[in-house]
Design a protein around this ligand. Structure first.
Ligand SMILES: Cc1ncc(COP(=O)(O)O)c(C=O)c1O
Length: 461
């Protein structure tokens, strides 16, 4: 009988995070300041603690995890690796499917892996409060939990559509002691400016980021925390992939392919980076592939342009080179709230340009169909975001059925969907619609960035 759950002991929680920067195929393009039109950190040093900024640019591969952070990780780590044997059987595939399950964390996703160290480093450097944004509410609840752990205040700007659709996420954040504002809010100039143009705005992650950053910039005791995209966030997530590798060793297996969903790219990077390290250092026993999946309604990597853009709508952040749909992107109201960001992690962009990644986009009907198949066999209700990875995995396993290949497939079930019942209700009642974000809209948005900053064309990066 194959074991269903592959577990590790608490001592095996990783002692270091892995930073990919020394192993990138080429150096990362620098941040660009719009005032000087030259490389520079912009507001970054004003809103992050020194330790985090060091990690952001680290050329050290391995970064020690503070004991205080590991001690909090022990609340839910190591997380289980689960062999999806019932799903394999249902699909009649010769492939072996494993998933690393991060839904067992206190707030229900992978996000506390970075929320806890971010809160820790800010507490260490004397900050009394943190501000952040949240889309689906997963990041906000993780961050509220992290801040509570180290006794600092937390203000969350929650994208209006999620605030309305997911009241229980707000209650969870408040239960962890956070103050939650629907974004755009009247609390900040960025929010008031958007409301002046459209008092009914459903909001976007870009707008909520502008609000949280403004809050941190205008309050001395407050810093900013971010749930994805930045290098330090992605590296904190590598506890996931390191554990998964050890767990697979216990059953003498190694993946042929790894799937994950990408909003900003933190959960997927956390899983695949440690295997990427094996690949580039010649340690991988197989020619492993990495597949990033996203929503056709927010196709940052599959349709976005690789260019310099702001991380936020009010253009407070410096320019960062990444795949983008344009900082003014207002996402269609799909249920995978965590995938509705206009950009992606610059590290993923570089790997994509170097053809070291594969990518796929799926619409919300096909991903919920895949979730249904998963639930029928494995029973856990996935968050809407990882259903994109599940769709990719099921397609891959069905291809194996045709070819007879006994591939090992690993994916990240990065969160549970028990706060996403509205999404499942809409799906069960046949109310979900497929949506493809149009290419013309991307080109229009990208054209506007080029008009705004014509000098971008002369940059050597
Ligand atoms: C459960 C879940 N998965 C995935 C994501 C996407 O973010 P990332 O690509 O950084 O993992 C989110 C974002 O909020 C999320 O809540």
């Amino acid at each position: 009988m194959v074991s269903k759950k592959i577990m590790l002991d608490e001592e095996e929680i990783p002692k270091q995070w892995y930073c990919i920067l020394p192993d990138m195929p080429k150096p990362m393009p620098p941040l660009i300041q719009t005032d000087t039109k030259a490389p520079g950190p912009g507001i970054v040093p004003l809103i992050f603690p020194k330790e985090i900024i060091g990690q952001e640019m680290s050329q050290e591969r391995w970064i020690n995890i503070p004991d205080e952070v590991r001690d909090v990780y022990r609340l839910w780590r190591p997380t289980p690796l689960i062999r999806a044997s019932r799903l394999e059987k249902a699909l009649k595939t010769p492939a072996k499917i494993y998933y690393k399950y991060e839904g067992v964390s206190p707030s229900g996703s992978h996000k506390p892996n970075t929320a806890v160290p971010q809160a820790y480093y800010n507490m260490k450097e004397g900050k009394e409060r943190m501000a952040t944004e949240t889309g689906a509410g997963q990041w906000g609840s993780a961050f509220a939990f992290g801040c509570q752990t180290f006794n600092i205040g937390c203000t969350v700007y929650m994208v209006r559509i999620s605030y309305d659709q997911k009241p229980y996420r707000r209650v969870l954040m408040e239960s962890y002691g956070a103050t939650v504002h629907a974004s755009p809010s009247k609390e900040t100039k960025a929010g008031r400016d958007v409301l002046a143009e459209d008092s009914d705005s459903s909001g976007s992650l870009g707008i909520a980021i502008s609000e949280a950053v403004e809050d941190a910039l205008t309050n001395q005791d407050t810093n900013y925390g971010i749930g994805s995209v930045f290098n330090h966030v992605l590296l904190h997530q590598t506890v996931v992939g390191q554990e998964a590798k050890k767990q697979l060793e216990l059953v003498d297996d190694y993946p042929d392919v790894i799937y994950g969903c990408i909003g900003g790219g933190s959960s997927f990077s956390g899983l695949f980076w440690p295997f990427y390290y094996d690949k580039v250092t010649g340690k991988a026993p197989k020619d492993i592939r990495f597949v990033a999946t996203e929503a056709t309604a927010c196709p940052s990597i599959t349709k976005g342009e690789y260019m310099y853009d702001h991380g936020d709508t009010a253009r407070i952040t410096p320019l960062v080179k990444m795949h983008t749909l344009g900082h003014n992107f207002i996402p269609p109201p799909i249920h995978a709230g965590g995938l509705r960001y206009h950009g992606i992690a610059p590290t993923l962009s570089v790997l994509n340009e170097a053809n070291m990644l594969e990518t796929a986009a799926y619409n919300q009907v096909e991903v919920f169909d895949a979730a249904k198949t998963f639930i029928e066999s494995e029973a856990i209700i996935p968050a809407p975001e990882p259903t994109h990875a599940i769709k990719g995995v099921i397609d891959e396993a069905l291809r194996c059925k045709e070819t007879g290949e006994e591939k090992t497939i690993l994916f990240l079930l990065c969160g549970h969907g028990y706060f996403d019942m509205q999404a499942y209700d809409d799906y069960n009642q046949g109310k979900l619609l497929p949506y493809d974000y149009p290419e013309e809209k991307v080109q229009k948005a990208v054209g506007k960035i080029r008009e705004l900053y014509p000098w971008l064309a002369t940059l050597p990066y």
